[in-house]
Every structure is written in C-alpha cells, then in structure tokens.
Design a protein around this ligand. Structure first.
Ligand SMILES: C[S@@+](CC[C@H](N)C(=O)[O-])C[C@H]1O[C@@H](n2cnc3c(N)ncnc32)[C@H](O)[C@@H]1O
Length: 236
C-alpha cells in the first residue's frame, strides 16, 4: 500500500487510520491487522519503539517529510489497519463487565479518552449513539489505539439486554459502588445537555459523583473514569 492511499482509507469503513506511535503500538499489541505504516523519521521511531514497546515489531515504509506532513499533519508515524470484526452488541451485553453507553457525545477527544479509560479499567465495551463515528481517526488518536482492546460500537439507541441501566448524572443519588451490579450498562450524557429524558426515564437508578459546592459537572471522560474506577477498584 502507498501513502497516497491514505485519504481513501479514511473513508473506507473496513479500514482504520492510526495516527501516532501509541495508536499503532496498541493496535499491534491487541492483535490488530496492520496493512501499512509510514514515517519520515525511522531512527527516532525505532528509538521510541525500543524504549516504550520492545514487545512489538513495527514495520514501516520511509517517506519524505513533506509527503507525510501532507497526508497526516503533526504525525511522526501514520498507519492503516483492518477494522477488526467485533462481537455484536448482544454478545457484549451477555458477557461480564460494565458496558459504557455514551449518549450522543460531540467531542472526538472525549470519546477517545473514554475508550482509553474503559480499556484500562477492564470495561466490557463502549457503545455510543449520535452522529460521531466512534472509529473516527481523531477518536482513535484520543484512545491511543485502545479500540483494539475492547468492543467499540455505534448504536442507534441505547441497548441493555437484561442488564440494569444506571444513569450517571449530576442530579442522581451519591454513587455507592456496592449497590451497583457487577455487569450493568452505565449511561453518560452529551457534553452540553447531559442525558436525555428518555434515558433518564428508562434508567433503573440514577447516580452522581460527589462534587464540591458550586461545581456543576465533571468533563464527560473524567466522569466515566471516576465511575469505572470507583466500581472496579473503589470497594464499599
Ligand atoms: C459535561 S457533563 C453534562 C453536563 C450537563 N449540563 C448536565 O447537567 O448533565 C457530561 C456527562 O458527564 C456525566 N457527569 C458529569 N459530572 C457528573 C457528576 N458529578 N455525577 C455524575 N455524572 C456526571 C454525566 O453523564 C453527564 O451527562
């Protein structure tokens, strides 16, 4: 594959464009099928690989710096992988672990940060509704490629299977980790307006993360991180 194929790859639903070393590193570490990668700085890249990820091999094609800058501005390395086949949403819901549902997230970096912390905290998967593609290259950059570590799905509407639906919302009751089942759907709202009335009405319970007086809300990705870590590692 040539670097000139990158812009077509960005529009191909079967491919994933990975921008930056960490995205490519995690794709490789979690079994991603890399088709090609390009850099203009092979020595620096190899130094990074041997320092931060000696466990992976990173075959790259060397291209001119201006070629790389045009194709992928600000990237030391860019790659293309096959978009992995994923278990369907019902299979994810039937398994263990919490599923994170994001209702209509708007900010690509937020969505990426959610995928990253969901992978780190051992969540079962991330589902998102709305117009943003959760596999957009900027989301993958934000997740550092950890999309390859757990199922990440776009869904038209919230799906829960037989799980409890927990609305995580600043107006809820204080979160008590012991009261939350081991495999729930945790719903988080859009950045500006929070969860819709529809999701709030469907929820089995509504829980809040405590905040100091005067603070209205946490950032979306921060609230997902705090909730998952409280449930996974917080005890009582
Ligand atoms: C930036 S906040 C949305 C703020 C919105 N004005 C509201 O009142 O919900 C985005 C999402 O993060 C979660 N969130 C933020 N702060 C929270 C808190 N203190 N407790 C529970 N959830 C919180 C909620 O899911 C919220 O919908």
């Amino acid at each position: 594959m040539e670097l000139s194929a990158l812009s077509a790859a960005r529009r191909d639903p079967n491919l994933v464009v990975l921008e930056g070393f960490h995205a490519i590193k995690h794709a490789l570490r979690f079994g991603g099928h890399m088709l090609a990668a390009w850099t203009a700085q092979p020595d620096e890249l190899e130094a990074l690989r041997s320092r931060l990820a000696p466990d992976i091999q990173l075959p790259v094609q060397v291209v001119a710096a201006d070629e790389l800058t045009t194709a992928a501005p600000r990237c030391q390395v860019v790659g293309v992988a096959r978009r992995p086949a994923q278990p369907d949403t019902h299979a994810v819901l039937a398994g263990p672990g919490h599923v994170v549902f994001l209702e209509n997230p708007r900010h690509l970096g937020n969505l990426g940060a959610v995928v990253r912390v969901a992978a780190a905290a051992g969540a079962a998967g991330v589902f998102s509704s709305g117009t943003v593609d959760p596999w957009h290259p900027d989301v993958l950059r934000g997740s550092a490629g950890l999309h390859f570590a757990l199922p990440v799905h776009h869904v038209d509407h919230i799906v829960t299977g037989s799980r409890e639906l927990i609305a995580v919302d600043p107006e809820g009751d204080p979160l008590s980790p012991a009261a939350i089942p081991e495999a729930a759907v945790l719903a988080f709202g859009t950045e500006r307006d929070g969860l819709s009335d529809r999701v709030l009405a469907a929820a089995d319970r509504r829980v809040a993360l405590p905040m100091a007086p005067g603070v209205s809300s946490l950032n979306l990705a921060t609230s997902v991180a705090a909730t998952l870590y409280a449930l996974r590692f917080g005890g009582g």
